[in-house]
Design a protein around this ligand. Structure first.
Ligand code: MTE
Ligand code: HPA
Ligand code: MOS
Length: 750
């Protein structure tokens, strides 16, 4: 089944926030943000800006009736700055005018004086100065101290991985309208409608039931709208509360790039110990997460870094520590993989460095240390239904990696200017919100009396096709064609108290709720059908829009049963709740069973480096991926391809750059390079691994949204291998992204 939005998208008919027909009298907002990264506000002069014709009001913290606080995990972030500013782009005021152009013009007329304070832009500097978001976290397994002394090889090193801009096609935005009795309805481009509702209520000083949040779909989120869609909606809502007029606020690309956080840059140091047989015995790592100026989701992201610090390997002695370092950058936030990629990059770097120093192929160490059934992760979960070795050997055999490697050797022998490199990248990614209480969802299903069906869930459609999957679950469970089922918008009045659409778990959580609701409805309708057909309930089945009895199709249609149920006053609506069983985690011990299951896979990446220019091409990425039993292979392969290219972009091209004053230099697409059709791999092959799937996954179809991003890490090491081929003096560096400039330096370093 195709994505149900595909026709609407290509015809430009799908609705996004900016497409909503605006009401008469709609006003437009724009943010005035800090021009300095750190300091005390001495004076702001709004007078000229305010007197511009068409400017209705300029809002500041003084206009807030509730709390000036939007921090989700830690209350450390004001909506609008009061006395101090902590990053360039920090919102200070909100200008509301009769047009966006006037609001922008007004913004340019505001003058501000700031007493500047020292600016911190790197995590290392923050750590040196003791500037942290919260206390560090550590996971421990075995005893690293004693085990290093028993290792034949001990290797240390450091890594850096840069941030990444989400670059959702649809920028942040919302449209808020006043309803009766002080109620407000907000259409928001958010992954977390409930967070928006909750934070708006808090800042406005009203109850949550006065705020309705509706989400049609997002033009991409990638984590960037898990938390950071909220402030704009809150600003618009404050204005609506005050002015009682509709307020629309869509950020332009420059404002969005400057004011929003990105993937967290990480600076890390590692120590890895191996036995004579190349078994990894011990691994220690200290992660410095550049959190930016406020917590946002940083503590949760830091936690997931620890969960994935050993990637797909079993290591008996592990000590990992993460510091969330407070800097004067926009608060960094969720981005596909949620700290996992940053963790995995470090262990892959450690293995690469160990291989180099020992003088063996990296692949050999990787292969020897892959997880086995019943191995323990550093957080206490025991690995079960482990597919990592299967995916690895399947990638080797299906893609004939021995031959690929031989071809590369031949190519490199024959070519002086061009060198090829190959890498293996295994991934093991845990599915569930690491914060156990977030793993729940609800669905509300209406069967209308004509037999058509409306499905509401807490899932937000953002291109990952969750709506298509929800529709599949409903139509399959009810035994009716997909054309009879409609996915409603995601709305807090229909499905409340939702977790954000994140952690790749949306289809599982919401899908299980849809399944439960549909099963309850089918149970009721079976009673009706059994009476109509005068057969036992347990011989009845609903399929192909018909009722079957004893596997024989009867003449009874779906519509007829629904009509009869209506006549008999049987409830045709159902609300179901699902909470993931088996998961738990004890933060005081840093042990538990946080994940419902893991997703596995292996990617082989082949690149060609132009050793004159330092440029490179990704020739091919060949992947064996564990989909479980995919319920929609077209959609799932699309997720693998998209995530892979996004991961390659993070590792190779996308270079976020702030200067020492905390100013974003890569503030446009002319200075920030994302993968395009030329830099994407020339071929991507994705083979599904044959597995039984997992009971916790909806229809045993495993979560797919984030895990494949980490295949992109393979590109870094493939390029590194090619550089080594050209320049034997090249000293391994782990400084991502591996841009052509860095490649060129590496090719010619002495
Ligand atoms: N795919 C598209 N097209 N657009 C997106 O914004 N977000 C990713 C992933 N795939 C995203 C996407 C992220 S960060 C997550 S967590 C998952 O989708 C969320 O959706 P899921 O839980 O339904 O997989
Ligand atoms: N993943 C993604 N988003 C989240 C998580 C997580 O584990 N926890 C809170 N938000
Ligand atoms: Mo995805 S980073 O969990 O929104």
């Amino acid at each position: 089944m195709k994505n149900i939005d595909s026709f609407g998208h290509v015809r430009g008919e799908s609705l996004f926030v900016d497409d909503i027909t605006t009401l008469q009298g709609t006003l437009y907002g724009v943010t005035f943000d800090s021009p300095k990264a750190h300091g005390t506000i001495k004076n702001i002069d709004y007078s000229t800006a305010e007197s511009l014709e068409g400017v209705v009001k300029i809002f500041t913290y003084k206009d807030i009736l509730g709390e000036n606080q939007i921090g989700g995990i830690i209350p450390d972030e004001p909506l609008w700055a009061e006395g101090e500013v902590h990053f360039i782009g920090q919102p200070i005021a909100f200008i509301v005018a009769t047009s966006e152009a006037i609001a922008k013009k007004s913004r340019a007329l505001i003058t501000i004086e700031i007493d500047e304070k020292p600016v911190i832009t790197t995590a290392k500097e923050a750590k040196e100065k003791g500037s942290f978001i919260n206390a560090p976290r550590s996971f421990k397994l075995g005893n690293t101290t004693t085990s290093f002394s028993n290792c034949k090889y001990v290797i240390e090193g450091e890594t850096f991985s840069n941030g990444q801009e989400h670059l959702y096609l649809e920028t942040q935005g919302c449209y808020a309208i006043p309803m009766e009795n002080g109620n407000i309805k907000i259409t928001s481009s958010t992954q977390g409608p409930t967070s928006v509702q909750k934070t708006v209520a808090k800042v406005l000083g009203v109850s949550m039931h006065k705020i309705e949040v509706d989400v049609i779909r997002l033009g991409g989120g990638f984590g960037g709208k898990e938390d950071q869609a909220t402030p704009w909606a809150v600003m618009a809502a404050v204005a609506v509360q005050n002015l009682k007029k509709p307020v629309k606020y869509i950020l332009n690309r420059h404002d969005d790039l400057r004011m929003t956080g990105k993937r967290h840059p990480y600076e890390s140091t590692f120590k890895i110990g191996l036995s004579k047989e190349l078994k990894i015995q011990a691994f220690e790592v200290e992660f410095l997460q550049n959190s930016g100026a406020a917590a946002d989701l940083s503590p949760a992201i830091a936690e997931r870094t620890l969960f994935h610090a050993t990637n797909s390997y079993f290591i008996p002695n592990v000590t990992t520590t993460v510091h969330s370092c407070k800097t004067n950058l926009p608060p960094n936030t969720a981005f596909r993989g949620f700290g996992g990629p940053q963790g995995m990059f470090v262990i892959e770097a450690a293995i690469a460095k160990a291989a180099e120093e020992i003088g063996v192929n990296k692949k050999k160490i990787q292969e020897l240390n892959l997880l086995s059934e019943n191995d323990e992760f550093s957080y206490g979960q025991i690995a079960t239904q482990v597919e990592i070795k299967n995916s690895w050997t399947s990638a080797k055999s299906n893609f004939n990696s021995a031959k690929l490697e031989e071809e590369i050797v031949n190519f490199n022998n024959k070519n002086a200017q061009y060198k090829k490199g190959l890498s293996f990248m295994p991934i093991t990614f845990g599915i569930s919100f690491t914060n156990t209480p977030m793993n729940h969802a609800r669905a509300l299903i209406h069967i209308y009396q004509d037999g058509s069906v409306g499905v509401s869930t807490g899932a937000v459609e953002m291109g990952q096709s969750v709506n298509t999957k929800m529709l599949q679950v409903a139509s399959e469970t009810l035994g009716i064609s997909t054309s009879k089922v409609k996915l409603e918008t995601t709305n807090t009045t229909r499905v409340a108290n939702t977790s954000p659409t994140a952690a790749s778990a949306t289809a599982d959580l919401n899908g299980k709720a849809v399944l439960k609701a549909c099963n309850s409805l089918i149970d009721r309708l079976t009673t009706v059908a059994s009476a109509l057909l005068a057969v036992d309930k347990d011989v009845i089945e609903f399929k192909n829009n018909m009722i079957y009895a004893n596997q024989q199709q009867t003449s009874l249609t779906w519509e007829k049963v629904v009509e009869q149920a209506m006549f008999e006053r049987v409830a045709l609506s159902e609300n179901a709740h699902y909470a993931t069983p088996i998961i738990h985690f004890d933060k005081s011990k840093e042990k538990g069973h946080p994940f419902a299951y893991h997703v596995y896979g292996t990617a082989i990446t082949i690149v060609t480096v132009d050793c004159l220019r330092g440029t490179y091409e990704i020739d091919a990425v060949k992947i064996v991926h564990d989909f479980g039993k995919s319920m929609n292979i077209g959609i799932d392969v699309g997720q693998v391809e998209g995530a892979l290219v996004q991961g390659i972009g993070w590792m190779t091209l996308e270079e976020i750059s702030y200067n020492e004053q905390g100013q974003l230099l890569s503030n446009a697409l002319s200075t920030y390079k994302v993968p395009d059709v030329f830099s994407a791999p020339k071929t991507i092959e994705v083979l599904p691994l044959k597995t039984l799937g997992n009971e916790q996954a909806i229809f045993k179809s495993k979560a797919v949204g984030e895990p494949p991003l980490m295949y992109g890490i393979g590109a870094y090491f493939a390029i590194q291998n090619a550089v080594k081929e050209f320049n034997p003096n090249y000293q391994l560096k782990f400084d991502a992204p591996f841009t052509p400039e860095k490649v060129l330096m590496g090719l010619y370093e002495e």
